[in-house]
Structures are given as structure tokens and as C-alpha cells.
Design a binder for this molecule. Sequence first.
Ligand code: TXA
Ligand code: MG
Length: 348
Amino acid sequence: NRTLVFKSGDEDFEAGLLKAADIIRTGGTVAFPTETVYGLGADALNADAVHKIFKAKGRPADNPLIVHIANIDQCSKLAEEIPADAIKLMETFWPGPLTLILKAKDVVPDVTTGGLNTVGLRMPDNPVALELIRRSDTPLAAPSANTSGSPSPTTAEHVIHDLDGKIDAILDGGPADIGLESTVVDMTDKVPTILRPGHVSAEDIRKCVGDVRIGYRDRTLEEGEVARSPGMKYTHYSPKTKVILIEGNIKDVHKAMTEIVSDCHREGGRVGLFVTEETAKVVNADEICSLGKRNIPSQAARSIFMGLRHLDDKEIDLIIVDGTLKKEGIGTAVFNRLRKAADRIINV
Ligand code: TXA
Ligand code: MG
């Protein structure tokens, strides 16, 4: 089965959008750009269509999908008991990189919610995404458009790499602005709880609604621990190549990095570095990919998944990631993804 690709800016893009909406309405799957990462969409209210998403990605059936809408009014059709704080957050951050977990109405099929009684809603801040939702005339269930477990896709090429032939169409809107998935906030308790960090920070949410709790951890769960968000218990973002993240003060990180590179070389291996511009001036290896400037973590956010995919395509035995990046703002979310991607974290 061929996957159709329509590129924003091309002459036939308008026709492509119409075709894509038609595919959604008739129960097919379409990958589309958002401001965070590319999503793989299907009609959220059509269980057969949503099944196709799980099949294409190889996603575990108990991991729920985010439902994407283009209009706040759509919420009342999908969720009940929408708290005042949730409405405040929607009005402040939508369209934007924030997903709110609310009590689901019965119209949302079990396959979409992973069998939970809640549903995650988000209004993406991307004109192609919003136009696709409007023209499909239905909310779109959409996880990230990658093979389950691999780094999230931030370009249409990443989607093609993972899912070509497995999905009906791709809308190519160019590289994603933010590069990291949305902040997920559970609104079903009295105090909003962050289940996944993203561009909208804990501080942003606290400023808006007064109180917020951190409900995620950067490492996967310990044995016997219960996940509040099913996504927490799966391995994430992992390239095939072994990844080591080194954290600590700058000098010690550089020293440890240099030693590991030498050790690997002594055994005849090749090393890839995924490091800040500053570290790249001090440490060398066989392949190098930039996380941007140490003090500007939004640059790392934009390049993290691209970089992991890029290095994973090289003939190397090891990827070393630079933990000297600033941990503030979106840096919190970047470290969350880096720590999940790492096979090993070294604290020096
Ligand atoms: O930025 C994003 O959120 C992107 C774009 C495409 O919108 N989507 C995305 O979807 O990252 P996905 O499926 O890769 O991640 C959704 C996360 C998962 O960890 C899932 O477990 C959690 O959100 N989630 C979804 N619905 C939930 C629910 N009802 N309760 C708890 N967690 C939920
Ligand atoms: Mg994902």
C-alpha cells in the first residue's frame, strides 16, 4: 500500500488537504505536522480507524491516544465535568503544546482511551493540523507518528522512515517548531498533576491556576510501581545504538567523556557525541551532532530527536550525550527525554 505525501507550499497541497480529510472521514490514517512533533491521526470516534494507528506503530493497546481538536467547543462533546481550572488552562495555552486529561464521555471509544475512563485533549498550534481537523469534521486521535519506542518524528522524512506503506497519507508541513511532545496534565484531581513535562512548564501552569504537582519521573518505573499515565511504563525514544548520558559539572563531564571515548577507541569501536556547542570545542570523537548552545535548551529541544535518529544511522558503537545542558525551562523536558533514551546515566 502506497503512502501519499502532500507537501505544504506545493501547488497541489490544497487538493492534498481535501484528500487527507476524506481519508480521515472514511476511516483511514494521516500523519500531520504539529508545533511539537508529527502526529499520526485517525477519527477519534471510529474504533476501527483508531485500531489502524496502533497497528501501524506497533503500539501497546493499553497506551491511550491524545485527541486533537480545533475548537474549545469540541471539548464538551468528548469530556464531562470540565473543571474551571481546565478551562483557564485552555484559554491561556491553546492552541499550544498542552494536553489536558479529563473524564471521558462514552462517545470516546475504549481503543482511543486505552480502556481508561479519561481522555487527553489538545488543540495543536499548527495551521495544517487545525485545517485537517476542521475539514475532517471530527476530533483526531493522534500519537506521535513514529514506530513505538523509537525517537519521535520532527520531520515528514522521519515519518516516512518509520511508517511508509503502513499509513494512508502524510501532510508535510516542514520541521516541527518545538521538537518535543506536549506537556500532559491530569485535571481529574483537585490539584493539576503534570504527567509529562513539555514546553508549557510547571511554573507556567502554577501562574495560571495557582497550584500544580509533578507526577512524572525521568526514569522508567521501578518494579511493582503503578503508572498514572500508561506511557510512563514503556521504554521511550531509544535509538538502536547504546546511549550514555553524562551529568555533573562541566569539567568532570568533559573528563569522563574523553575517557569513555578513549576506552571505546582502544577496543576498536567508534563513538558519536551528542553535545552542546561548548563541549564540542573540548571533546572529540568519530561523529558529532549538536544540541545547540548550553544555555539555550530550546535549541536542544528542537534537535534532540533529529540528533538521536541521525547518530543512530551512523556506523558507531556508542552515543554519548552531554548532560551539561541547562536544566531550566524546557531544559526540564529535554532531560526527561534524554534520561528515558539513555541506557546508562553516569553522574560525575
Ligand atoms: O505533542 C504531543 O503530545 C504529540 C502530538 C502529535 O500532539 N502527541 C504525542 O502522543 O506525544 P503520544 O501518544 O506519543 O503520547 C501521549 C502520552 C502518552 O504517554 C500517553 O500515555 C499519555 O499521553 N496519555 C494519553 N491519554 C491519557 C490519559 N487519558 N491518561 C493518562 N495519560 C494519557
Ligand atoms: Mg510518542
